[in-house]
Design a protein around this ligand. Structure first.
Ligand code: NAD
Ligand code: GLY
Length: 370
């Protein structure tokens, strides 16, 4: 089995992202090298546990790693204080100490809440990410952002806490529902749109095969995405500059998620896809980006089956005012101004802190009317 390794270079907090086939079945042996002690608490959700926990536990047994487990309900609604409290209490109930490591087996929800629990339990435990969705393999498991949601918005309570190791097993993606895979694919395309037009062209050529099940295409996309993200995180771990580019589409996307609620009607990656198109449309409207580039991104999203606008989310009654109000509570607000990631074209994203509210309102009104 060949395994690709991508290093997130952060001095003492550096970690490796391993990408390959069968990494869950071989997780115990890989983890032993980074664990402070052979003792872990595995955190997963009910769906993922039913599919992939037995293989992980067998590998821990084979490596002589003692394990307990906490299984949470699946879905975004799990990323809240009540489940964080349950996770912390259950983990403390196992009689852990500071050398115990948490292992997140699941998508971004499990990775985010487990990472945050690891950041605060006993003032900081190590944790390992075993991401099982495409979204978590290319984005959320990389870079150390951990959080839970609040009624006021996404990810508003959290910490930067780097994992000890990330194991991205291509085999896990074989059980992932198509809708979840597509949602993760939006985050893959994002890397091309930020600063890598050649990778966007690769996505145009190979996105259909990737979504259809081509393992080589999936692996190439995961490695390329992790390399892009690792490079950005290494130069701006705490998001004082460049890291904000990773939020392309997220200012709009988070507002859509808050408006719809965290119940699964709109997946994070779907919201990001629509948000990316809004960022391109706003950039074109401001004369910053060729309209043809916005159209090209929309064509690609449509071709693979991603949402291409608000009309694709049935049953929602949007208003520009409500969406703007949600954006005002975003973490990226500075001195009362919302930060947007805008673009001068495919591969030319930049941070914009001076966008006029009237332009955003106009864009939202057009998107709602379309
Ligand atoms: P998720 O964790 O909810 O997983 C999606 C669904 O797929 C769940 O129902 C889960 O049970 C199921 N699932 C997971 N793996 C599976 C598999 N292999 N086979 C079958 N089913 C499987 O969602 P997600 O899209 O992975 O992550 C979204 C979350 O990630 C959001 O909360 C978002 O805010 C967060 N996020 C965080 C960062 C970060 O940097 N920390 C970045 C991007 C997104
Ligand atoms: N997903 C955005 C970040 O990690 O910064």
């Amino acid at each position: 089995m060949t395994v690709d390794a991508v290093r997130v270079g952060l001095d003492a907090r550096s970690d490796d992202i391993l990408v390959g086939d069968g990494l869950i079945a071989g997780a115990g042996a890989r983890m032993r090298a980074v664990l402070p002690a052979p003792r872990v608490v595995v955190v997963s959700d009910e769906t993922v546990a039913g599919l992939h926990l037995p293989a992980l536990l067998a590998s821990l047994d084979a490596a002589g790693i003692r394990h307990d487990r906490v299984i949470l309900p699946p879905g975004e609604a799990t990323k809240d204080f009540a489940h964080l409290q349950h996770l912390c209490e259950a983990t403390l109930g196992f009689g852990i100490d500071r050398r115990t490591t948490l292992v997140a087996l699941g998508g971004g929800v499990i990775g985010d809440i487990t990472g945050f629990a690891a950041a605060i339990l006993l003032r900081g435990l190590g944790f390992v990410q075993v991401p099982t969705t495409l979204l978590s393999q290319v984005d959320s498991a990389v870079g150390g952002k951990t959080a839970i949601d609040m009624p006021a918005g996404k990810n508003l309570v959290g910490a930067f806490h780097q994992p000890l190791l990330v194991l991205a097993d291509m085999a896990a993606l074989a059980t992932l529902p198509r809708r979840e895979l597509l949602a993760g694919y939006a985050e893959v395309v994002k890397y091309g749109l930020i600063d890598d037009p050649a990778f966007f062209a690769w996505c145009e050529a190979n996105g259909g095969a990737l979504v259809g099940g081509d393992v080589d295409a999936r692996r190439h996309a995961v490695v390329a995405s992790c390399r892009s993200k690792a490079a950005i995180v290494a130069r701006d771990e705490r998001e004082t500059g460049d890291r904000a580019l990773l939020n392309l589409g997220h200012t709009f996307g988070h507002a859509l998620e808050v408006e719809v609620g965290f119940g699964g009607a709109l997946l994070h990656g779907e919201a990001v896809a629509i948000g990316i198109l809004m960022a391109f449309d706003l950039s074109a409207r401001l004369g910053l980006c060729p309209a043809e580039d916005a159209a090209r991104v929309r064509r690609h999203f449509g071709a693979v089956g991603l949402p291409t606008g608000l009309a694709t989310i049935r049953g929602e009654r949007w208003t520009a005012e409500r969406l703007l109000a949600h954006m005002g509570k975003d973490k990226k607000v500075r001195d009362g101004r919302v930060t947007f990631i805008l673009t001068r074209g495919i591969g030319k994203a930049f941070v914009a802190r001076d966008v006029a509210v009237a332009d955003v309102t106009g864009l939202l009104a057009d998107a709602i009317a379309a």
